[in-house]
Write a protein that binds this ligand. Sequence first.
Ligand SMILES: *[C@@H]1O[C@H](CO)[C@@H](O)[C@H](O)[C@H]1NC(C)=O
Ligand SMILES: *[C@@H]1O[C@H](CO)[C@@H](O)[C@H](O)[C@H]1NC(C)=O
Ligand SMILES: *[C@@H]1O[C@H](CO)[C@@H](O)[C@H](O)[C@H]1NC(C)=O
Ligand SMILES: *[C@@H]1O[C@H](CO)[C@@H](O)[C@H](O)[C@H]1NC(C)=O
Ligand SMILES: *[C@@H]1O[C@H](CO)[C@@H](O)[C@H](O)[C@H]1NC(C)=O
Length: 591
Amino acid sequence: MARKGSIKTPLTILAISITLFATLSHHLHRCVVYQSTSLSTSFPSLSSPLPPQPPLPPPPPPQFLFPPPLPIPNSASWDSSATSSPSSISTVSILISDWEVLVIASPETPLTPGENYTCYFGHNSSSPARFAGELSFGRGTAFKCVLPENNRQRSPYTKPRLVRSDQIQIPLFEREIAAADLQRWNSLAYDSFTTEHDVVLFVKGVNSRQGNNRPASDLRCVFGDDPSIAVRTAVTSSAQEVFRCVPPNLPENSPQKISVTLEIIHGKDADALILPSVAHYALHEERTIEFSEPTSLMCACTMVYNVGKFLREWVTYHAGLGVEKFILYDNDSDDGLDRRVRELNRAGFDVRTVYWPWPKTQEAGFSHCTLYAEQLCQWMAFIDVDEFILSPTWLDHRKPSPNMLKSSLLPKGTNPGRVGQVSVKCVEFGPSNQTEHPVQGVTQGYTCRRKFDRRHKSVVMLEAVHPSLLNMVHHFKLREGFKTSQLGKHRAIVNHYKYQAWPEFRAKFRRRVSAYVVDWRQSINPKSNDRVPGLGFEAIEPPGWAQKFCEKTDERLKVLTRRWFGVNSSAMIWQSAFYQTMQSMASIDQA
Ligand SMILES: *[C@@H]1O[C@H](CO)[C@@H](O)[C@H](O)[C@H]1NC(C)=O
Ligand SMILES: *[C@@H]1O[C@H](CO)[C@@H](O)[C@H](O)[C@H]1NC(C)=O
Ligand SMILES: *[C@@H]1O[C@H](CO)[C@@H](O)[C@H](O)[C@H]1NC(C)=O
Ligand SMILES: *[C@@H]1O[C@H](CO)[C@@H](O)[C@H](O)[C@H]1NC(C)=O
Ligand SMILES: *[C@@H]1O[C@H](CO)[C@@H](O)[C@H](O)[C@H]1NC(C)=O
């Protein structure tokens, strides 16, 4: 695959078309309070001419494509009792928030494309199963069902059976629906990732407080479904929801895929023994990332929910500055993210998604991203879709160049003082009199901001990330010998379009992302820094919202992006692509 340097061709393609974005919401990520360390030097050089040839995009992941059925391992967590009738599907189920049940169908169970599925909960109650997403690395297909109201009084809750809607056989199911408990989200091994050297587990409920991590020596990793014969290995790191296990030495005749979890062997709650798990370790499993891909210098990773309408502007802009790959952790978007991503892929941008349905796990998701991208990227910008990196040194450039981020942000020379992370200050923009999403994009619509910078965002060298993968959402703990460099505002800032037009901002209320940040809707901790000043606990537009957070006019990025990405006096390149896509989507839909 060619090095992704140019945006010329994508722009040309994008430029063919016209129009505006649909109305959707996006969620709020925030910069994290941070004390600066050292200041690194040097100014960017002039941009080089655009190299040709954007790469081919990666093929979109297959949907509903399953291998032929294999014998299901006798796993403690997959529901193997359900294999007795033809219509049954092997699943694990987790009760998450708001009476929603995440039902993950084993990849070994054939699902029929285009069929409707139902969750059957017993006592004649069922609810439709909504297709939610494919877990990465073929770990299964996720559905969501609502626990029916008349089953909510009965604790322990029964785990639903996932069945084809046209194959419900109530009498048979009633006999089979043993009181298998639903997994609870507060204490669960939910995912695992096998690296060359170890097995990384993602577990909720062991380290519940920020900064309060149980020693690794209190824990052991347990590989196998039967605890009496399971293989146990040492835990080498315990931080937040991330645990690293020495890989198991499994007997040759072990099942292909076994469950993996943690066991608490010392300290408080040691009697709690083995944590429930929906995570699996597959024997001989390697990461399924294409190792033949050349490593990119700069990538971006973020967690997204319904950001479809912001994506094109954000990707176009940052790709123009040298971000070669975009990795989106999709928190269950329902605004057609996949189609948006495919459309960007067709336009030559390398954008991929990882379906990440786990509630309140932003830190863990970013830890996962560093593993996922280890071989794909040297530097990773952890910036959100409402954040745009800007260096004042670019302001008089006629065109963007893929060399710009490198020369403005990254340390220089062969021995750059072991800088492993650069931290960029954020400035927060207000609604700037907008009352709805600005059709030409956020960079055009929001031009008034708070005067002083708040918080920061980071660009991290993945090799420098500490093995604990510990992060405060937007900066990482580094290995010994690496340091963080805080860039001055003359070198770079992040324009954070944080307080947007009211309909946009309102949508953020419903979704909070970090595991350790208080939900805005809860009325505890009213003085928290995470709250918006002047905002109560309800999503009601405060008087004068459109004029709030406006202390300083800042049109630098507006002017720059107009020069770089303007089609004519009234349209930006990201508007036009949408029209083209809408047309082609309409013709596909009609076909
Ligand atoms: C600007 O370009 C768009 C998209 O190509 C087009 O629809 C629009 O009419 C143009 N406007 C002007 C003022 O030229
Ligand atoms: C699935 O359900 C939808 C909505 O109820 C219906 O239109 C569609 O025909 C169903 N598909 C199948 C294969 O039954
Ligand atoms: C379920 O419904 C059937 C008929 O619809 C009824 O005969 C049966 O008793 C019901 N079972 C339960 C457990 O409510
Ligand atoms: C994803 O969205 C859900 C539902 O709104 C929310 O509870 C959860 O915290 C989000 N998870 C992440 C990792 O952002
Ligand atoms: C918002 O509108 C007010 C009143 O018309 C005006 O004075 C102000 O300059 C506007 N602010 C921005 C950022 O456009």
